[in-house]
Ligand binder design. Structure first.
Ligand SMILES: O=C(O)CCC(=O)C(=O)O
Ligand SMILES: [Fe+2]
Length: 220
């Protein structure tokens, strides 16, 4: 739902910026539709298994490169062995625009060439513990988009999983970018707020999050 009271762009930490309502209604609908396609295959969306036997509560599908804890590969060897769907040009273009808007610098997206996206679906009760995105070999920013239910996004520091951190409410259509000195900050999603979603975007419950990244990897 479009916010009645405009929420301001916020610099949460140097390099970390929250831009509320960045995706308009058409873009939110288009993203949900694209995620539905990607979730269907060639690699199905699934709960990622962790090396110690646990299972993540979110369901995930990847584009460009497949992530499994804690590395990227072209094929989803922990799912069905298929090569992941390609990272589309239009999404990379969204990434460049996102950086220019978040950093209020028309050149901030120049040369940004994300080559992987992780699409997470948060159903009832799903959450994500505090972690760093550190399996990439590039220091390029992470661009994060949210559609559907709002969540509490906890954005911390680069040293520890704990305080200091800032809790930000991410709502449908919001953009969050973390790069520069914030690129390796711990972050997580302690809570999704059920019933706050965006049926007009085609998502009746749950939260979709897409993060695009630059792996810094080349073909083996
Ligand atoms: O769901 C989110 O907002 C964050 C997702 C995330 O941190 C990740 O996929 O690494
Ligand atoms: Fe992350």
């Amino acid at each position: 739902m479009d916010a009645l009271v405009p929420r301001p762009r916020t610099v949460v930490a140097p390099g970390a910026v929250h831009v509320p309502g960045w995706l308009d209604a058409d873009a939110r609908r288009a993203l949900v539709e694209a995620c539905r396609d990607w979730a269907a295959g060639p690699v199905p969306m699934r709960h990622t298994r962790l090396p110690r036997g646990g299972v993540m509560s979110v369901r995930t599908v990847c584009l460009g490169w497949h992530w499994k804890p804690y590395a990227y590969s072209r094929t989803a060897d922990d799912v069905n062995g298929a090569r992941v769907a390609p990272f589309p040009d239009w999404l990379a273009e969204w990434g460049r625009r996102a950086l220019a808007d978040a950093y209020r610098d028309p050149a901030a997206g120049d040369g940004y060439a994300p080559d992987t996206a992780l699409i997470n679906f948060y159903g009832a009760g799903a959450r994500m513990g505090m972690h760093q995105d550190r399996d990439e070999r590039s220091g390029a920013p992470v661009v994060s988009l949210t559609v559907g239910d709002a969540c509490v996004f906890r954005f911390g520091n680069t040293e520890t999983r704990g305080r200091p951190y800032t809790d930000v409410q991410l709502e449908s259509g919001d953009l969050f970018v973390f790069g520069g000195p914030a690129r390796l900050a711990y972050h997580g999603v302690p809570k999704v707020l059920p019933g706050t979603g965006d049926p007009a975007a085609g998502l009746h419950s749950g939260r979709l999050n897409l993060t695009m990244r630059v792996t810094g990897l080349t073909e083996p």
